[in-house]
Design a protein around this ligand. Structure first.
Ligand SMILES: C[S@@+](CC[C@H](N)C(=O)[O-])C[C@H]1O[C@@H](n2cnc3c(N)ncnc32)[C@H](O)[C@@H]1O
Length: 202
C-alpha cells in the first residue's frame, strides 16, 4: 500500500505493476473496496488503483488484495485532490467515482468529487477517450454532477436513473459497491453515468 505519498514526487508505477502497458483503471473513494477488488479479480489483464482517504478502509482493501493475491491492484491512502500528482498525464483508461460523499451544503460544493477542479485533474490523468464512470443513490449529487460535467463540456455515453432495472446485459455487467448493495436492497434507485472529456490541448 502507498501511504501518504509526497505529491511533489511522481510515482513510478512500473515498479508496482508487472506489466505497465496494460490498461489502467482508478477508483476514487473506494471505501472497503468491494467494487475494485471484484474488478481486479475479473480482469487480470488490467491494472487497478484504489485511491482512498481513510486508513482503516484502505487497510481492509489491502487485506482483500493479499487474501485474493490480486497483483494487478495497488492501494493508495491519499487525497484525490492530488490525483494529477500521482499519475502521469494521459495514463489512465478509466476513473470510477462510486457513491461519493454528497456534500449537500452549497458552501461545501468544492469538496464534491464532481466539482470542476476535480474534473480538471481527471481530464489530465485520463487518456483521450478515457471514461469517467459515476454511480450514486443521491439524486441531488447526480443532478449536480450532470450539470457540472455538462458545463465542463463532457460528452455522455450512458445515463441511467435506475441502473438496476436497465437491460439484462447492463445489469449483469454491473459490479455492486458496498453502498450500492445497501441502498439498492432498500429499493432506492441507483443513478449512473459514463462520460468522456473533450480532447485536451497540451
Ligand atoms: C460514501 S463512501 C463510498 C465507498 C464506496 N465507493 C462504496 O460505494 O461503497 C465514500 C468514500 O470516499 C472516500 N473519499 C471521500 N473523499 C475522498 C478524497 N478526496 N480522496 C479519496 N477518497 C475520498 C471516503 O473516505 C469514503 O470511503
Amino acid at each position: 500500500m502507498i501511504q501518504d505519498p509526497d505529491p511533489s514526487k511522481v510515482i513510478d508505477w512500473s515498479e508496482r505493476f508487472a506489466d505497465i502497458s496494460r490498461p489502467l483503471e482508478i477508483e476514487v473513494g473506494s471505501g472497503k473496496g468491494r467494487f475494485i477488488t471484484t474488478l481486479a479479480e475479473r480482469y487480470p489483464e488490467k491494472n487497478f488503483v484504489a485511491l482512498e482517504l481513510q486508513t482503516t478502509a484502505a487497510g481492509i482493501i489491502l487485506r482483500t488484495k493479499l487474501e485474493k493475491k490480486l497483483d494487478n491492484l495497488q492501494i493508495m491512502r491519499a487525497d484525490a485532490a492530488d490525483i494529477d500528482a500521482f499519475f502521469a498525464v494521459n495514463s489512465a483508461d478509466k476513473i470510477y467515482l462510486n457513491f461519493s460523499d454528497p456534500w449537500p451544503k452549497s458552501r461545501h460544493e468544492k469538496r464534491r468529487l464532481t466539482y470542476k477542479s476535480f474534473l480538471q485533474k481527471y481530464q489530465t490523468v485520463l487518456k483521450d477517450n478515457g471514461l469517467l464512470e459515476f454511480k450514486t443513490d443521491n439524486s441531488g449529487l447526480f443532478a449536480y454532477s450532470l450539470k457540472s460535467l455538462n458545463n465542463f463540456g463532457m460528452q455522455f455515453d450512458f445515463v441511467s436513473v435506475d441502473l438496476h432495472h436497465e437491460a439484462d446485459e447492463i445489469v449483469e455487467q454491473n459490479i455492486e459497491t458496498e453502498y450500492e448493495h445497501k441502498f439498492a436492497s432498500k429499493g432506492n434507485p441507483i443513478y449512473a453515468l459514463h462520460a468522456k472529456f473533450q480532447t485536451k490541448d497540451l
